[in-house]
Write a protein that binds this ligand. Structure first.
Ligand SMILES: Cc1ncc(COP(=O)(O)O)c(C=O)c1O
Length: 425
C-alpha cells in the first residue's frame, strides 16, 4: 500500500476485533494470562502477548505498526510524548561517560534536555552546526554512541542532508537518529537516506488537531548492533534486569526497539494512553491531505512575505532563493512542510506587536495543527537558551514562527497583513 492507504488501514483487521471498523480503544491496564506458566513465558519474553499497558497495549500496537510502516521501519514504540521518545532512544544506547553528537538546530526542549539533563546524568551532547561535516567528524570519539538531528529543524527550517549524515555516522560505526516531526513521512522518510532510528512528536502533524501529546520511536532494523558489541553493551551483554537476556540475540533486527520497550519504558513508565493512541490515529488518517495543503499554503505565504517591503527576511526552504533550497529538493521532495520563520522591519518589538495583533492565527507555542499558529521563539520555546546558544540555534530576537494551517490561504494572508500593519504603528 502507498502511504495514504497505510495511514488508514495498516496493522488492523476488523475481523479480529468484533468487526469494528474503527480501531477499538483497549482501555485496560492489565490483560489476563491463561495460567502461571503462560505468565512466566510472557515475562521471559518467550511468547508474545499483552501483559500490562505500561509496556504494551493493543490499541497502541496499531499506531506503532502503522507509523513504523509509513517510515519504512521494522517496529515502533509509542510513548507519552515526543520528549519521552527522544530520551528513551538515547538512554537505550548510552551509559554515563558516553556522548552523542547533535546539530545545534533543534527544538528548544530538545536543546535544553541535551545541554542540561543528559549531562547531569553523565551523557554529554556535543553540539555542532548541521552543515559543518568536518566538525561532526572531529567530534566523534570512542565514547560517541549516536549522531542526532532534526530532518527539518524547528524553528529554523534548515534541512539536513541525511545521506551525508548517515555516511558519516556509519563510517564511525554509530547510528543516525533523526527527529522527523516537522517533515513527516509524507515529505521525507529518513530511513530511505540511511537513518537508523526515527523519532516523532506525534503531538504535531501526525495528530494534527492540537488534541493530544504523544511520541514514537521507529527502528529501521538496519543498524548492526553486534558489529562492535563493546560499543553497545546494553544490546549485546546479558541484562540482569531481564534474566540475563541478550537483546541482539533474542530480537535480531528489532533488538533496539525491544530494549527501548522493556528497559526505559518498563522502568520509567512514560507510556501512551490507548485513548490518546486512538485520537492520534484519527489524525493520522488525514495526514496526507493535510500535508499537501500545509505545504501549499506555507509556500504561498512564504512568497507573499518574501515580496513584502516590511519583511526583513524569510526562511522557507522551498523558496528558490533559500539557503536550503537544493537540499530541500534532494531530501524533502522540494516540500518544506508548514513552518515559516521570518523577521519584520522593526526587530523584536515589531515581532511582538505582530504576534499580539493576530486575529485568526492562534498564539500557540505548538505547531503542526490544522489551525495556523504563531509564536516568538526567543521569548517562549527557546527562552531558556543563552544569547550565544540562540545564535548557534539560529534563533534571532526578531524571529516570528508561523505554523501555517489548512485554512483558506486568503484568510491567512489577510491576518498576516493586518498584523504587519499593526506592528508598524
Ligand atoms: C521537532 C520537535 N521534536 C520534539 C518535540 C517534543 O515533543 P512533545 O512536545 O510531544 O514532547 C517537539 C515539540 O515541540 C518538536 O518540535
Amino acid at each position: 500500500m502507498k502511504l495514504e492507504s497505510i495511514a488508514l488501514h495498516h496493522g488492523y483487521k476488523p475481523e479480529d476485533n468484533q468487526k469494528a471498523a474503527a480501531t477499538p480503544i483497549y482501555q485496560s491496564s492489565g490483560f489476563t494470562i491463561d495460567d502461571t506458566q503462560h505468565g512466566a513465558d510472557l515475562f521471559d519474553l518467550k511468547v508474545e502477548g499483552n501483559i500490562y499497558s505500561r509496556i504494551g497495549n493493543p490499541t497502541n500496537a496499531v499506531l506503532e505498526d502503522r507509523v513504523a510502516a509509513m517510515e519504512g521501519g521494522v517496529a515502533g514504540l509509542a510513548l507519552a510524548s515526543g520528549m519521552a521518545a527522544i530520551t528513551y532512544a538515547i538512554q537505550c544506547i548510552t551509559r554515563s561517560g558516553d556522548n552523542i553528537i547533535s546539530t545545534n538546530q533543534l527544538y528548544g526542549g530538545t536543546y535544553n534536555c541535551f545541554t542540561h539533563s543528559f549531562p547531569k546524568q553523565g551523557v554529554t551532547v556535543k553540539m555542532v552546526d548541521g552543515a559543518d561535516y568536518e566538525a561532526i567528524e572531529k567530534a566523534v570519539d570512542e565514547k560517541t554512541k549516536a549522531l542526532y538531528c532534526e530532518s527539518i529543524g524547528n524553528p529554523l527550517g534548515n534541512i539536513i542532508d541525511l545521506e551525508m549524515f548517515a555516511e558519516i555516522a556509519h563510517k564511525h560505526g554509530i547510528p543516525l537518529i533523526v527527529d522527523n516531526t516537522v517533515a513527516t513521512p509524507y515529505i521525507c522518510r529518513p530511513i530511505d537516506f540511511g537513518a537508523d532510528i526515527v523519532i516523532h512528536s506525534l503531538t504535531k502533524y501526525i495528530d494534527g488537531h492540537g488534541a493530544t501529546i504523544g511520541g514514537i520511536i521507529v527502528d529501521s532494523g538496519k543498524f548492526d548492533w553486534t558489529k562492535e558489541p563493546d560499543k553497545f553493551p546494553m544490546l549485546n551483554e546479558p541484562d540482569p534486569s531481564y534474566h540475563g537476556i541478550v537483546y541482539s540475540k533474542q530480537f535480531g533486527t528489532a533488538a533496539f526497539i525491544a530494549c527501548c520497550r522493556v528497559v526505559p519504558l518498563r522502568e520509567t513508565g512514560a507510556c501512551l494512553s490507548p485513548h490518546s493512541a486512538f485520537l492520534i490515529m484519527l489524525g493520522l488518517e488525514s495526514l496526507g491531505v493535510r500535508m499537501e495543503r500545509h505545504c501549499q499554503n506555507a509556500l504561498a505565504l512564504a512568497k507573499y512575505l518574501d515580496n513584502h517591503e516590511q519583511v526583513a527576511w524569510v526562511n522557507y526552504a522551498a523558496l528558490p532563493n533559500d539557503k536550503y533550497y537544493d537540499v530541500c529538493q534532494k531530501i524533502t521532495q522540494g516540500q518544506a512542510s508548514g513552518i515559516i520563520t521570518f523577521g519584520i522591519k522593526g526587530g523584536m518589538s515589531a515581532a511582538i506587536k505582530f504576534i499580539d495583533a493576530l486575529q485568526m492565527i492562534l498564539r500557540v507555542l505548538s505547531m503542526g495543527d490544522a489551525k495556523s499558529l504563531a509564536c516568538h521563539p526567543a521569548s517562549t520555546i527557546h527562552r531558556q537558551l543563552t544569547p550565544e546558544q540562540l545564535v548557534l540555534a539560529g534563533v534571532s530576537e526578531d524571529m516570528i514562527r508561523i505554523s501555517v494551517g489548512i485554512e483558506h490561504i486568503d484568510d491567512i494572508i489577510q491576518d498576516v497583513e493586518q498584523a504587519i500593519q499593526a506592528s508598524m504603528r
